[in-house]
Design a binder for this molecule. Sequence first.
Ligand code: KG4
Ligand code: ZN
Length: 334
Amino acid sequence: MILSIESSCDDSSIAVTETVTRRVVFHKKISQEQEHSHYGGVVPELASRLHAVALPAILEETSQYFPSLKAIAVTNQPGLGVTLMEGIAMAKTLSLLLDIPLIAVHHLKAHIYSLFIEKDEIMPLLVLLISGGHTQIIRVENFENMEILATSIDDSVGESFDKCSKMMDLGYPGGPIIEKLALGGDENRFDFPVPLRNSSQIAFSLSGLKNAVRLQIEKIGVLSPQDQCDIAASFQKTVKLHLLQKSKKIFSQEKIKDFAIVGGASANLYLRNGYESLCKEFGKSLHTAPLHYCSDNAAMIGRYALEAYQRGQFVSPEEIELGSTKRLRNETFL
Ligand code: KG4
Ligand code: ZN
């Protein structure tokens, strides 16, 4: 079995996965959403302190598996430096104490592997990754070869939902809040500009839309509940149109038949519906992870680690490093 640890942002999570059957025999996650909610976003130092309490509490529940463990896996990049360090410190200690190898896991690649938890891989695959930190389309040839085809030049999709919610004082994380409000709203009431609509650039941009929402909120002044629903719906519709417009360009260039959406914002059913139609139009099959594995979790870290384990891709506890703590938006290879 492999024990995997995730602490790249505001979720403390540990999973135990069987190496042969790929079964997830233990998975627990403690989210810090409530604690960060009054701030409208994640406060890194607070997140780090909460991980320091939550991770050991979850780990205690896994002690029965210790004799069966073959490796420890941990997210080492990208993410918040102070929170990644909590998971890495725990992973190093366990690796040394149990004398088993350590696997460093790239968080974004693990999001891709959230599709394959307890399942076989589907490759090659085109992937839209929409999380709190990233918005990218990635061509996944196989475990070793992943190439970013498009990326956001500013905010990510998840972040834009969070900011839209924050601007209306609705709390964090904004994604589920905005999606729910939008159900009661008129998506055609506000005509927000679709980002990069007239540009041939295959990239994403969400900061202009955020500004358009801010200006509309200021123009209305005191928002009624219906105003909030209409803003949420019009904002969400614009995000969908933007994602679909740019994805369409990639779909017409890429022959790969399988397409997937991963990351926290892939839990959004309205966005999923939009992609279902687009995939139908282009004869592609749409793949998504179960809703509970869309946002950060250690089961996806474990699933990626199974592949690394088979290939003997280990790092020594002395060597494991905190990887990139920045966004990867300017990188072309994962
Ligand atoms: O993948 P994730 O858990 O963390 C990162 O790796 O960043 O993604 C978290 C993000 C947050 O910004 C959250 O608002 C967004 O995913 N999110 C959603 C939905 N559920 C979560 N965005 C849109 N619609 C949702 N239903
Ligand atoms: Zn994530």
